[in-house]
Design a protein around this ligand. Structure first.
Ligand code: ZN
Length: 295
């Protein structure tokens, strides 16, 4: 399944993408099945667990969903998880990226946080104040969405705790990131975590380590790699993180970025007002956001 959060009358609603249409899940379930009300936000759906997820599947198997379908192009999407309890991100996790810098791979995952207030969806503006930063950079990343509370989970059980996958742009203010000696401010500016366009459930991604991914600034490809370059694989990341803190349904793990970010180019290159940055992963989708400076 491909699940979205869309906005209707200023409120979140859950939808499923079928072809080039979105099915309004709560409306369809209420009319066709009844007896259970599908929540209005993805985090509540994930917290409700497998019985609720099977209600979503039943809805999509129902006859004649036509009255509850609308064109995808006519719907405003939010981030699929607009309100995660946390976004955990991993640094230096692509072998090709480490080699490019002539560095040694890290002994253990490098972890940092992006605050949930940084999350935006498809088409939302990445905004920054040039008085605060003028070194804003892109990072395409595979994002893992947690489906079950995970505490001290071993790697061999980790897939049981994954709900699905989406695409992230780990937008980074390099001047703040490296001047602070600690990354959270430069990684957590409002709008600096585009997520989406939807969650692809894990049954459609048999192996998350075989996914080509890329980033484009306007029409130029600036990152082009594959998740087979991940140093610490997804199951190990869930083991490592969940031995330190509890992962909750709807939490998002950004797994790291491949080579080609602007800061390490010669000469360095940063996002400018008016640029459109697109991050995409084959088998999941593409996420575009325009860039705007604000005073
Ligand atoms: Zn990153």
């Amino acid at each position: 399944m491909r699940l979205v959060t869309f906005i209707q009358d200023g409120r979140w609603r859950l939808g499923a993408v079928v072809g080039d249409e979105i099915i309004d899940l709560a409306a369809a379930h209420d009319a066709l099945l009844g007896g259970y009300h599908i929540p209005s936000d993805m985090r509540s759906l994930l917290e409700a667990g497998p019985d609720a997820w099977s209600e979503v599947e039943r809805t999509l198997q129902a006859d004649d969903l036509t009255p509850f379908a609308r064109p995808l192009s006519g719907v405003k999407l939010a981030a699929p998880i607009p309100n995660p309890s946390k976004v955990v991100a991993i640094g230096q996790n692509y072998m090709d990226h480490v080699k490019e810098q002539g560095a040694e791979p890290p002994d253990h995952p490098i972890i940092f946080a992006k605050f949930p207030t940084s999350v935006i969806g498809l088409g939302d503006e990445i905004r920054w104040d040039p008085a605060l930063t003028n070194k804003v950079d892109w990072e395409v990343e595979l994002a893992v969405v947690i489906g079950r509370e995970a505490r001290r989970v071993s790697a061999d059980r980790a897939y049981d705790y994954i709900f699905g996958y989406t695409v992230a742009n780990d937008v980074s203010a390099r001047d703040l990131q490296f001047a602070d000696g600690q990354w959270v401010r430069g990684k957590s500016l409002d709008t600096f975590c585009p997520l989406g366009p939807w969650i692809v459930t894990k049954d459609e991604i048999p192996d998350p380590h075989k996914l080509p991914l890329r980033c484009k600034v306007n029409d130029e490809v600036v990152q082009d790699s594959c998740t087979d370059q991940l140093i610490f694989k997804v199951p190990y990341l869930i083991e490592f993180l969940s031995h330190a803190f509890t992962l909750l349904p709807g939490d998002v793990i950004l797994t790291g970025t491949p080579p080609g970010v602007g800061h390490f180019r010669t000469p360095p290159r940063y996002l400018q007002d008016g640029d459109v940055v697109t991050v995409e992963i084959d088998g999941i989708g593409a996420l575009s956001n325009p860039c705007r400076t604000e005073g």
